[in-house]
Design a protein around this ligand. Sequence first.
Ligand SMILES: Cc1cc2nc3c(=O)[nH]c(=O)nc-3n(C[C@H](O)[C@H](O)[C@H](O)COP(=O)(O)OP(=O)(O)OC[C@H]3O[C@@H](n4cnc5c(N)ncnc54)[C@H](O)[C@@H]3O)c2cc1C
Length: 550
Amino acid sequence: MGQITRESMEYDVVIVGAGPAGLSAAIRLKQLDAECSVVVLEKGSEVGAHILSGAVLDPVGLDALIPDWKKKGAPLNVPVKDDNFYMLGEGGKIRVPNFPMPPLMNNHGNYIVSMGNVCRWMAEQAEELGVEIFPGMACSELVYGDNGEVRGVVAGVFGLEADGSIGEGTEPGMELLGKYVFLSEGVRGSLSQEVIGKYNLGEGHEPQKYGLGMKEIWEIDPEKHREGSVTHTMGWPLGKNAGGGSFIYHLENNQVYVGFVVHLNYKNPHLFPYMEFQRFKHHPMVAELLEGGKRIAYGARAISEGGYQSMCKMVAPGVALLGCSVGMVNVPRIKGNHNAMLSGKAAAEAAYAAIQDGRSSDELSDYETEVREGAIGQDLKRVRNVKPLWSKKGLITSLVVGGFDMWTNTLAGFSLLGTMGHGKTDAEATEKAALWNPIDYPKPDGKLSFDRLTNVAFSFTNHEESQPAHLKLRDSTVPIAVNLPEYAEPAQRYCPAGVYEVVEEVGKDPKFVINFQNCVHCKTCDIKDPSQNIHWTVPQGGDGPNYPNM
Ligand SMILES: Cc1cc2nc3c(=O)[nH]c(=O)nc-3n(C[C@H](O)[C@H](O)[C@H](O)COP(=O)(O)OP(=O)(O)OC[C@H]3O[C@@H](n4cnc5c(N)ncnc54)[C@H](O)[C@@H]3O)c2cc1C
């Protein structure tokens, strides 16, 4: 695409991604200066189409951004009424009482929401303030200035030929340039990864860690529905195979969010996270709730889990990384939306002050200071050892020692453990297949559990088949020559959308097939491939899932 001439447009601030982080930044910029020109570009067909969260929302971010959100009709309609935590065994459960948990774990005052709907509402607020929002516009490239600073992005490239070349029907897109560019792409953003690499922003920080979150929306029997109820579980079916657990949130209209997170630092390449989720729904506690109901939507998304010590440097000349592009999830709370909002607000305030001073395209270091030393840093610092304890010492130790550590951090602001490291990346954590036994998963019954492709249809995902695959192999020989013999090619299992297949036919060499049309943009392949050979790039705008109210 190098020789193409493109039109360009200048803004004060260009924002990539209409999630809670990007939209908060846009709103705050306009609150501070109605004349500030702000554009938000979103790859989903509409705002909210690619948003997947639990979601129990801590309103602290929204309170700071739009204090009268209630009056303005924000879709926070279901306050949390009860909070339950169970350790599951195959056929039973033990309730973990709430009283030993530090107050930060309490969901009182939080809301069960559709973050897709919250983002749709935030987009309306932003547009009323004069923000330009363009959904269906994927940002596929960064534009650099003469001194290596980030000047903008290329957005809106459509209709490439299947081999990636430019054809007669190709729309070359536009350059959107800004005094500052905010990357609020969420977890493992493709442009964010480029910036982290180019400016070496990860240096001196722990590697980012991830989980894979899968989620279904169910409509259940009204008799069993308990609006405002929140349940988390750990234990079965993952046991010692992987860290993770489930969430069950009762929202409005007899709907329930049923979700399952598998930490991606699991060692056994035979593990099949999607099938673990399906198996989980057959636990008597869950089956009893869902029986007679129907699953109406499915989706998946990676979640950042590295926390405080994995937050990379978040500014470079002309660019700032926001929200989960840095990784701001409080792991024991499974919450990141509030921090995404607070980071958007902080980035906007830093950019506004810089522009007022006549600056542009430099490092917004005040933003980074606010994140690390302000409310976000405080939220994440208190819980920084929970994830490494879980990874290194297992679930029970992390509950007991991690719980104690959260208490000392909360009450006295210190930890006997200091700050623990994470060590390996999730890709490096994968061990050779020969060291592990394959896992035998029960077949889905089509009532409570579903095969992957049937479920993917309920993500309403779509990618133009004539387009080049946006999932690129750095070396096309690696899946069959390396990953298959050494790791039983785990892409076949870790992808929650069935994108990757190894097709083996008698008398022929095995073939690695990429069904990119199924991709739900969770980014797990980019994270977990043990050879780090899969590169998730952004497809053309409007492609991907079309989540209703995830
Ligand atoms: C299963 C699961 C459960 C969770 N549960 C909770 C919970 O209960 N409570 C909570 O607070 N948090 C929860 N989280 C975490 C929360 O979802 C994240 O912290 C939050 O989404 C981060 O917001 P963000 O704005 O940084 O990114 P996102 O919400 O991911 O938004 C990024 C947006 O940018 C767009 N985008 C990305 N790249 C491009 C590009 N190149 N061009 C154009 N657009 C682009 C995406 O389409 C998306 O719309 C959960 C996460 C998962 C996966």
